[in-house]
Design a protein around this ligand. Structure first.
Ligand SMILES: Cc1cc2nc3c(=O)[nH]c(=O)nc-3n(C[C@H](O)[C@H](O)[C@H](O)COP(=O)(O)OP(=O)(O)OC[C@H]3O[C@@H](n4cnc5c(N)ncnc54)[C@H](O)[C@@H]3O)c2cc1C
Length: 459
């Protein structure tokens, strides 16, 4: 079968490429290959009762399948160039913002209308943060929530399924360059297309590295963010979360001048585990549905670690630290802030006596045996800085789960069309290293679909 466009990966990047392409040119023959399942078959077996922790399903229902890693996410679509990726460096700030707004429009017309858009503009917290050596980053954020995000994805799939050939549970193993396009191979078959868009996200990062080696595409990889997920009573953070939903706050540590930042805030949410290539790390979710809300808020505190020559494998560094916590705790470790400060491990008895009821069953332990001192010192400094704008953050019973790792895919060398050195081979979304978020990944998908069609018209 010969296609006009082959898309590898049905995460936000791949979905929005297919969406825009079918909208602008319905005559195009498009195939989408996805290693995971169709949306309704994506079910993680962890139920907290029979299955309490990750059993390593293949494919992982959380990270793979229609909707990609974002399908069960909190559905926070941030419209900003301040974080979430560097798409603006390729296509310009104005264009990037316009595309993120367009993505928001599509989400709203597919079930997201009625959800709330938060904004930092005119927020009194900016000043309060500044007065306490913290910086609140500018953003607007559409909070779809896990439930509505799922509905939006379902509606987009229903619209696309008769216009696009979807191949689920079809992992592409290899890409071959032909004279007039590309051949992609799965375990059982091969398919050809004139143009190929790769959108394999974080779960496809190792595979992406191999593709770049095979096709001689340059890459670089030098960043990983490491830290903990903080869980505390929602009332402590409610002034911030009620107004902003998610405040992206950055702190520069006094000791090392490292940057520590809040990441992925989940008011009244739950802490969850995440499995990336067999390594269990921690993350968070929240819900629009009142019935599912908890009494806690959680967010990550991450320290960005940039490496210089000769070390190249920043992800391996992050994985090694996550492996250490898996080794000590059999998965995720939880520690009371008071125990960390007193230099002792947490034990179940002290957790049970505490005021914060954990939403994730994790192993009580000692994060100082896992995280390097420099990182942990930075996190502790930031907890005290946050305590000044939200008193109570530094309480003894505040829970810290570790480790949270934000892996960055290596950056693939791309031109301003997000095309590789090979004509007609594009890389978008988190797999390109250009984006790290739902809105940027989706925007990159729309952008490439438009550019492919524009270039065809120019020829
Ligand atoms: C728990 C969680 C919560 C999150 N919450 C948010 C949030 O609230 N806001 C936000 O902005 N971001 C959030 N993120 C990040 C966000 O989900 C990603 O930035 C986004 O999904 C990236 O989109 P993508 O299309 O580039 O890749 P992905 O969503 O990772 O999709 C890639 C797809 O490609 C498939 N694939 C990989 N390799 C192959 C192959 N060889 N052949 C075929 N298919 C392949 C995978 O199975 C996957 O489905 C969250 C992530 C997680 C894990």
């Amino acid at each position: 079968m010969k296609y006009d466009v082959i898309i590898i990966g049905a995460g936000p990047g791949g979905i929005f490429s297919a969406y825009e392409m079918t909208k602008l040119d319905p005559s195009k023959k498009i195939a989408v290959f996805e290693a995971g399942n169709v949306l309704e078959k994506r079910k993680c077996p962890i139920d907290g009762v029979k299955v309490k922790s990750c059993v390593g399903c293949e494919p992982c229902a959380i990270m793979r399948g229609f909707g990609g890693a974002g399908a069960f996410s909190d559905g926070k679509y941030n419209i900003t160039n301040d974080f979430g990726g560097t798409l603006h460096e390729y296509i310009g700030r104005e264009k990037a913002t316009e595309l993120m707004e367009y993505v928001d429009e599509i989400n709203c017309t597919h079930g997201g209308a009625g959800t709330k858009m938060y904004s930092t503009a005119d927020s009194g917290f900016k000043k309060k943060c500044m007065q306490n050596k913290l910086k609140l980053l500018d953003a607007r954020v559409r909070h779809l929530g896990t439930d509505i995000n799922y509905i939006v994805l379902g509606n987009i799939y229903d619209e696309l399924k008769d216009k696009v050939d979807f191949f689920f549970r079809t992992k592409i193993e290899k890409i071959e360059k032909l004279d007039d396009g590309y051949r992609v191979e799965s375990a059982d078959d091969s398919y050809e297309g004139k143009t190929c868009i790769i959108s394999v996200g974080r779960s496809g990062s190792k595979w992406m590295e191999n593709v770049c080696t095979d096709l001689d595409i340059s890459t670089k990889s030098n960043r990983v963010d490491l830290g903990v997920r903080v869980e505390l009573p929602a009332v402590i953070f409610e002034d911030i979360t009620d107004e902003l939903y998610e405040g992206k706050i950055v702190y520069r540590t006094e000791k090392f001048e490292d940057k520590v930042r809040t990441f992925c805030m989940n008011p009244n949410g739950i802490v969850v585990t995440e499995n990336t290539n067999g390594i269990v790390t921690v993350n968070g979710h929240s819900f629009e549905d009142e019935g599912k809300k908890t009494e806690n808020t959680n967010f990550a505190l991450l320290v960005a670690k940039h490496f210089s020559e000769p070390f190249k494998d920043s992800n391996e560094y992050g994985e090694s630290i996550a492996r250490l916590s898996n080794m000590l705790g059999g998965g995720v470790i939880v520690q009371r802030f008071g125990d960390l400060e007193r230099g002792r491990r947490s034990v179940q008895k002290r957790l049970d006596e505490g005021n914060v009821r954990p939403t994730l069953q994790a192993t009580p332990g000692d994060l100082s045996l896992v995280l390097p001192k420099r990182l942990l010192d930075g996190i502790i400094e930031m907890i005290y800085a946050l305590d000044k704008i939200a008193p109570g953050v530094a309480n003894d019973d505040t829970l810290l789960y570790g480790v949270e790792v934000k892996f960055y895919n290596m950056e693939v060398a791309l031109d301003s069309d997000l095309m590789t050195c090979h004509d007609g081979l594009y890389v978008i979304g988190d797999g390109s290293g250009v984006t790290h978020s739902l809105s940027h990944a989706s925007a990159s998908g729309v952008y490439v679909a438009r550019r492919i069609l524009e270039k065809e018209r120019e020829q």
